[in-house]
Design a protein around this ligand. Structure first.
Ligand code: NAD
Ligand code: 0WE
Length: 258
């Protein structure tokens, strides 16, 4: 049985009810996990209010601002966990960002600052929060991040994010190797395209979704809740032998050659 009772889970990356992280948080809650939620704060506090209202039914015991570009916010987040929870069991990394202008046009025109920003937010953040989580995962643990096929194959316009995801998937393997002796497992879920805040801002996302609906073995795309179920599985004892992997939750699209 998939059972996460007694487990403490920190979930990053909820922006709204379409976020993949929201699908994951709901499934972790359903499986009995105790939740901590982080959100990306803005000056007006609008995000805080919005996300707080959304997650209220999941009764999180922690709700903290955490911009991964801000070392102090990362430090306070994990200090709070150390003070409030006896241990950390589950860490969900579900965030990414690149400049909109770097997600279209010539890849060779990617700016130095755009490259650095995309890899800092989308890739380095996993390394940093995993390092912060390590001393708190005293009973072992499970770290799950979200990736996309564009980190392995060329997907038009994914550009610098493809490089960030390739680095993310390799970071999963190095982290799995370092943390394995402490019984901390580290895996990635490679999700098929889903309409979310991030993906909807991308030109042509609907055409990509329609393409997947025609070609994928299951003839459809996947939902946030399906990704959430896989994350819950990976965080449970049912997946105790799995680490360092990228698991495709994409209705089978990845196996197709044409
Ligand atoms: P989303 O916009 O709902 O989530 C992205 C999150 O990143 C937001 O909550 C945002 O607040 C957060 N974020 C951005 N910059 C941040 C920062 N500096 N500090 C902290 N948080 C920050 O979109 P999503 O599609 O749910 O994306 C979640 C993850 O799923 C990303 O890693 C994305 O690459 C991955 N993914 C998405 C798809 C898709 O088609 N939507 C497919 C495969 C993988
Ligand atoms: O990882 C992603 C989304 C990543 C993303 C999206 C945006 C749009 C708005 C990162 N940063 C930003 N910055 C913005 O300003 N996906 C897997 C969804 C996605 O994004 C694409 C895709 C797909 C699929 C971009 C180009 C081509 C395909």
């Amino acid at each position: 049985m998939l059972d996460l009772t007694g487990k403490n889970a920190l979930v990053t990356g909820i922006a709204n009810n379409r976020s993949i992280a929201w699908g994951i948080a709901q499934q972790l809650h359903k499986a009995g996990a105790n939740l901590g939620i982080t959100y990306l704060p803005d000056e007006r506090g609008k995000m805080e209010k919005k996300v707080a209202e959304l997650v209220e039914p999941l009764t999180p015991s922690l709700f903290v601002p955490c911009n991964v570009q801000n070392d102090q916010q990362i430090q306070s987040t994990f200090e709070l966990i150390r003070d409030k929870w006896d241990k950390l069991d589950i860490l969900i990394h579900c965030l990414a960002f690149a400049n909109k202008e770097d997600l279209t046009g010539d890849f060779s025109k990617t700016s130095r600052s755009g490259f650095n920003q995309a890899l800092e937010i989308s890739t380095y953040s996993l390394i940093q929060i995993s390092g912060a989580a390590k001393p708190l995962m005293t009973q072992g643990g499970s770290i799950v991040t979200l990736t996309y096929l564009g980190g392995v194959r060329v997907v038009p316009n994914y550009n610098v994010m493809g490089v960030a995801k390739a680095a993310l998937e390799m970071s999963v393997r190095y982290l799995a190797t370092e943390l394995g002796p402490q019984n901390i497992r580290v895996n990635a879920i490679s999700a098929g395209p889903i309409r979310t805040l991030a993906s909807s801002a991308v030109g042509g996302i609907l055409d990509m979704i329609h393409h997947v609906e025609e070609v994928a073995p299951l003839r459809r795309t996947v939902t946030q809740l399906e990704v959430g179920n896989t994350a819950a599985f990976l965080c449970s004892d049912l997946a105790s032998g799995i680490t360092g992997q990228t698991l495709y939750v994409d209705a089978g699209y990845e196996i197709m050659g044409m």
